[in-house]
Write a protein that binds this ligand. Structure first.
Ligand SMILES: CC(=O)SCCNC(=O)CCNC(=O)[C@H](O)C(C)(C)COP(=O)(O)OP(=O)(O)OC[C@H]1O[C@@H](n2cnc3c(N)ncnc32)[C@H](O)[C@@H]1OP(=O)(O)O
Length: 429
């Protein structure tokens, strides 16, 4: 292991993203990670036990799978002596795993790392009111039947009514705004109309449908098989026939009656996992690997949680300045679609003279990002947003899209609940 080596993305795979409906889906977070990890590892020249480290992002860890990275690594046959740890930075978790791996390799502490993200939002925990938790704990502590009987009197009917933890998880703990409300704030601030948000959403569906039809996701998506042998092959949230008329009929989801953010122009709540394999120059030579891209840099930014959706603007601009790159030097962008209005607000912020001067410290507006270079094969509005996974998926997809389209340089970037943003700069090799 040598310090300062280039860090390559050599391969990657993900599961189809599956809409989280009313009950737990067929796969837990670790199941998902194993479903796409197994075929990915099987197609490598490297033995599963040759990896130095496994890092996995996951927001909603379930009780039976504490440290899902380690559970997944063992289930993937990566050997008992392979260190594996889980990272959590909300929607940035899947990118955080890549960033941590990148730094390990660059610092000469590892040569070969499996870095992923996984999320089963359909398995999000059920949460009880604090009084209910105390009552159940008291009952569990009761030593005698009399003690138990006396505590029974404190039972209230709504103790049996849990809240789905996801609702809490998608609400900012400092501002008490849910993620959709933060998108509404941005839509208001940057004057994003309902029609613009819906049009963006419709395009996201059409782009994903085209990518599926053309087979552009075939290298990226591995089918998943549940215990009954049912096969899941495609992202199932896509609506190829999405149109402006049906989108316009949907009611606002977060700010009634005048809000712009609806179920149609929000990211969908889904389950899914994604991995990428990162290798040092030495590992590439030793194992005869073919790199897809090189990671050039990464950046994180922090901002007011109530406008967290602007995170990509802050971190990407700073990262580009550090690398002496103008907007025109970037061929492709993957900007995670938390909400259509949030993506459009980022684009508007980059074009806004005051915002660029006051917030980004730029003398001139950053300028317009061409829609033909942004989320070219759709995004989370159409395929869903398993929060701990998406940051990984956008890096994986960016690398594949650059390969297909011949772009040299790309940025994957995302907003992160709690007031953060993450970005990664990649170059095709
Ligand atoms: C940092 C970050 O990344 S923050 C982002 C984190 N993620 C989030 O916050 C998740 C955001 N999304 C959500 O919370 C949810 O998707 C919601 C609340 C917006 C919508 O949830 P649901 O109501 O369960 O959505 P659902 O998929 O059932 O759609 C509701 C209706 O809209 C319809 N619909 C959805 N999309 C479309 C579309 N493109 N075209 C036409 N109709 C549509 C559905 O058919 C459904 O209709 P029905 O009620 O007649 O069956």
């Amino acid at each position: 292991m040598t310090k300062g080596q280039p860090v390559y993305v050599v391969d990657g795979a993900r599961t189809p993203f599956l809409k989280a409906t009313s009950g737990p889906g067929p796969f837990t977070p670790v199941d998902l990670a194993v479903q796409c990890g197994r075929p990915l590892l099987a197609r490598q020249k490297i033995a599963a036990t040759d990896y130095d480290l496994v890092i996995l992002g996951c927001v909603n860890v379930i009780a039976d799978e504490m440290n899902p990275a380690r559970v997944a690594a063992l289930r993937l046959g990566m050997g008992e002596d392979t260190v594996a740890f889980t990272v959590q930075i909300n929607c940035g978790s899947g990118m955080q795993s890549i960033d941590t791996a990148y730094r390990y390799i660059r610092d000469g502490s590892a040569d070969l790392i499996l870095a992923g993200g996984t999320e089963a939002l359909s398995h999000a925990p059920l949460v009880l009111r604090q009084e209910a938790v105390e009552w159940y704990a008291g009952m569990a502590r009761a030593k005698t039947p009399m003690d138990r009987l006396s505590r029974l009197g404190g039972l209230q009917a709504d103790f049996f009514k849990p809240v789905i933890g996801l609702e809490r998880g998608l609400t900012d703990p400092i501002t008490a705004l849910n993620m959709g409300q933060t998108a509404e704030i941005l839509a208001h601030r940057f004057g994003i109309s309902r029609e613009q948000a819906d049009r963006y959403a419709m395009e996201s569906h059409h782009r994903l449908a085209r990518a599926q039809d053309e087979g552009w996701l075939d290298d990226e998506v591995e089918p998943a098989f549940d215990r009954d042998g049912k096969v899941y092959e495609k992202d199932d949230g896509v609506r190829p026939d999405s149109d402006m008329q049906s989108l316009a009929k949907l009611s606002p989801a977060f700010e009634k009656p005048h809000g712009k953010v609806t179920p149609g122009n929000s990211s969908q709540i889904t389950d899914g996992a994604s991995w990428v394999i990162l290798a040092s120059e030495d590992a590439v030579e030793r194992h005869g690997l073919t790199p897809l891209a090189i990671i050039k840099d990464s950046e994180w930014a922090a901002l007011d949680p109530s406008v967290m959706g602007l995170g990509p603007v802050l971190c990407s601009t700073r990262m580009m300045a550090r690398n002496g790159l103008a907007r025109t030097s970037i061929d492709l962008w993957e900007l995670n679609e938390a909400f259509a209005a949030q993506v459009l607000s980022c684009l508007a912020a980059w074009e806004n003279e005051d915002f660029c001067r006051e917030v980004l410290d730029l003398e001139e507006p950053f300028g317009r990002i061409d829609r033909d270079q942004l989320n070219v094969d759709g995004g989370a509005v159409a395929l869903g947003h398993p929060v701990g996974t998406s940051g990984n998926r956008i890096v994986l997809h960016l690398v594949r899209a650059m390969k297909r389209r011949g772009g040299k340089r790309g940025i994957a970037t995302e907003c992160i609940g709690g007031g953060l943003g993450g970005a990664m700069l990649l170059e095709a090799v």
